[in-house]
Design a protein around this ligand. Sequence first.
Ligand code: ACO
Length: 427
Amino acid sequence: MGDIAKLSAGGADFEYPVIKGSVGPDVIDIRKLYGQTGMFTYDPGFTSTAACESALTFIDGDEGVLLHRGYAIGELAEHSTFMETSYLLLNGELPNQAQLDDFTRTISRHTMLHEQLATFYRGFRRDAHPMAIMCGVVGALSAFYHDSTDIADPVHRKISSHRLIAKMPTIAAMAYKYSVGQPFVYPDNSLSYTGNFLRMTFGVPAENYEVNPVVERALDRIFILHADHEQNASTSTVRLAGSSGANPFACIAAGIACLWGPAHGGANEAALNMLHEIGTPDRIPHYIERARDKNDPFRLMGFGHRVYKNYDPRATVMQQTVREVFTALKVSDPVFEVALQLEEMALNDPYFMEKKLFPNVDFYSGVILSAIGFPTTMFTVLFALARTVGWVAQWNEMISDPGQKIGRPRQLYTGPANRSYVPLTKR
Ligand code: ACO
């Protein structure tokens, strides 16, 4: 018999099974709690609640560990490609060469968009935020690809998953092109997933576009770093939307909407703005002082994380990648020097040490993306592009789980109890 957790409530004792995962905290199985005690648990923000079983991603925030299917993110970023990591997330194992070639070929066969979608783009205002376009266009995919929306059919699920991963770079690049008034660039399937995206974003029909291999590798690595991150807000949104049986295109559109928020996908833009505002290393102590001041709402953007209470392992890779990109593009942006010195000072500051505030993935990503040439409005779009594989893998895992139920949280009601209707003339 496994461990049990005991609870005394309302004068009675109850026992609940403790379930063990492969690594990480055990969970108390409270599914019978309401039936037995008539009480709910209260956990706004789900800080202590596991809402599902998952074999995809493991995070140990205290140790700064992030594993996909058991492989450390640092190793994947160094040795793998985004296509290979995508295969791993979707299928559970690293592919052999033939499997990788087959997967890459399948994804590249789905990169084009239905031609009518170009007309759909033209309905947006030119100054629309690209994330607004992403929400709309991805949601609309189910209107264009309804031949793969039967979620009970595993073949439909596979095709829609491949379509989403393959078409996201095309959709994202078109959102950018539309905002700058340039013609859409069709995919070129002779290029890599990331090289193709760079060409569709920065290429123009009038000129040949040469993919810079260092930039291609750096962006591919950024995609790997953002591919999945366990049950974060947008992933939980995708799962919740999917739990009702909604089609995958609609579910991923819901995830994109959630990711848009500044507390989730928008932090790298805020971090970059802050580095620009600081401007020169001599001004860093003033900003550190402000971050420590309880009466000042200022926070060091790109520092701290709900789960990581140690160095975010993705930030380490990001820092190396900035150096490579800056060297390859011969960029010497003073914000990088500000970032390096700010990091060093903060890491040695008692306030940040005591509160376990370390750089997160967003601290350096804005610096790199802006050096590559992306406007800040595209930062969250790139995050959405990469996270699509995680969302799709999590959605598939949920749909194939026989124990899956519609997500339906309960509440602690604090409004008025039952009262009689008061006629309008008596109010
Ligand atoms: N600068 C200064 N102080 C900070 C910072 C920061 N960046 N982050 C947290 N603190 C302080 C808080 O003021 C609080 O102090 P207190 O205990 O004296 O009240 C303490 O550290 C704990 O902070 P919380 O906000 O309670 O921690 P939580 O886990 O809820 O927040 C969060 C995590 C939102 C990421 C926070 O660290 C933050 O606002 N960081 C800046 C924004 C940012 O970089 N977000 C990106 C996250 S990564 C991602 O989403 C991909």
